[in-house]
Design a protein around this ligand. Structure first.
Ligand code: ADP
Length: 402
């Protein structure tokens, strides 16, 4: 069974074709600048063939036509015809309180995803466009499955997901913590239990997904009890360009002083803050690291803040969980920036967390493994995330049960 995994944004469309016989990625690619000038598709097969094509794509249907051409291309393709694609799995950002697990997409599900647009305006709208475009390019008979970023977090208790605002706003607008990156946290926590040869039901795990967007999740017995992102992916701790949690008065203070509208303020908090805002250099940690190494004080401060904020979340979740068996680092920064992993773990020396410096420094660029010493009281892992594989597995399971 071959499954096409789709991650659609408002102007981009990432795809992977996965052969479920061996769970190998056959080809992957990205359509960029959909609906804009200079739209282009970048396509790569696992056996090393690749091409890039700049061609007009006015909408997601045009983009899927390009994906179809790329997958079936006589030179760069990996299938003879689209009939070989058995099912399509979509990453859906916001499942709200409506979806607590992956589902087969039908008209009712589309309506549900549409109803949740106010809670994720850019994302869910784009997902609907992608689902409809798939129907027109692949036909109605190819089953499509929705896998929600929020679903893994649906086990949070009210004390974790409610905000201390007037209750009427929860009732009126469903304002609460939903959490994101659920598919990633789900994959790495399950993998951690597998690596330790333990039943996840017996484990307390803290999963740190540190990328451009970052979140930390507390998982007790395989169930999320709390997570750092909230109503939107702005909550939590410092990210590439996002603030994470901050004193809410900062928002009203700046807005009043600078005369900013809510949407301008949202732009400042989402796109101009975080590592970019503090360092004044870049949102990309590689650039901030390079500057820190050259002695740039604001870059050093950015890193100190980042490691400190991450540690405070981990410490908080240790209390929430009543202990911790394993800490996981994943995503771009978590998988590659050994110095941050060491810096964070240093805060937990008092609890007996001990990192093997050599193994930590070597566990980068997609390597998986335990970076704590055998004596460490808590196991620390680096586990490269694989959200696409989870989406493909869920899609396969749902389609096979039809
Ligand atoms: P996204 O949230 O966009 O998926 P990623 O998970 O790709 O983001 O993470 C991006 C972050 O990871 C950037 O700050 C980048 O500096 C860092 N990163 C990615 N690859 C490396 C690497 N090889 N070495 C160091 N940092 C890396």
């Amino acid at each position: 069974m071959k499954i096409l995994v789709i991650n659609a944004g408002s102007s981009s469309l990432k795809y992977q074709l996965i052969d479920m016989e061996n769970e190998n990625v056959m080809a992957k690619g990205n359509c960029e600048r959909i609906g804009m000038e200079g739209s282009c598709i970048k396509h790569k097969t696992t056996d090393g063939k690749k091409f890039e094509l700049t061609t007009p794509m006015s909408d997601h249907t045009d983009a899927f036509m390009q994906v179809k051409n790329a997958l079936t291309d006589s030179e760069h393709g990996v299938v003879n015809s689209l009939d070989e694609v058995s099912a399509i799995g979509h990453r859906i950002v916001q499942g709200g309180a409506l979806f607590s697990k992956s589902v087969l997409i039908d008209d009712k599900v589309i309506q549900g995803i549409e109803e949740l647009i106010p809670l994720a305006p850019l994302h869910n709208k784009a997902h609907i466009q992608a689902i409809r475009a798939c129907i027109s390019v692949f036909g109605k008979n190819v089953p499509q499955v929705a896998v929600f970023d929020t679903a893994f977090h649906s086990t949070m208790p009210p004390k974790a997901y409610m905000f201390p605002i007037p209750y009427e706003y929860y009732e009126k607008y469903k304002i609460r913590r939903y959490g994101f990156h659920g598919t990633s946290h789900r994959y790495v926590t399950a993998r951690c239990a597998e690596l330790l040869g333990k039943d996840i039901k017996d484990m307390k795990i803290i999963s740190c997904h540190l990328g451009n967007g970052s979140s930390i999740t507390a998982v007790d017995g395989g169930k999320v009890i709390d997570t750092s992102m909230g109503l939107t992916p702005l909550d939590g701790f410092m990210m590439g360009t996002r603030t994470g949690t901050l004193d809410p008065s900062v928002v009203t203070f700046i807005a009043e002083k600078e005369g900013l509208t809510p949407s301008q303020m949202s732009d400042l908090l989402n796109k101009k803050s975080g590592m970019l805002g503090v360092s004044g250099i870049s949102s990309d940690d590689r650039d901030v690291s390079a500057a820190a190494q050259q002695g740039n004080e604001r870059a050093k401060l950015t890193h100190e803040m980042l490691e400190y904020e991450i540690s405070k979340f981990i410490g908080g979740y240790m209390a929430a969980l009543g202990g911790c068996d394993a800490i996981i680092f994943t995503a771009g920064i978590g998988e590659n920036q050994a110095s941050h992993r060491a810096g964070v773990c240093n805060y937990f020396k008092y609890l007996g967390v001990e990192i093997d410096e050599k193994i930590n420094n070597e566990t980068i660029l997609g390597k998986e493994g335990k970076i704590s010493t055998p004596n460490s009281k808590i196991d620390v892992f680096v586990i490269p995330t694989n959200e696409e594989l989870v989406i493909a597995r869920d899609t396969k399971n749902i389609v096979e049960a039809l």
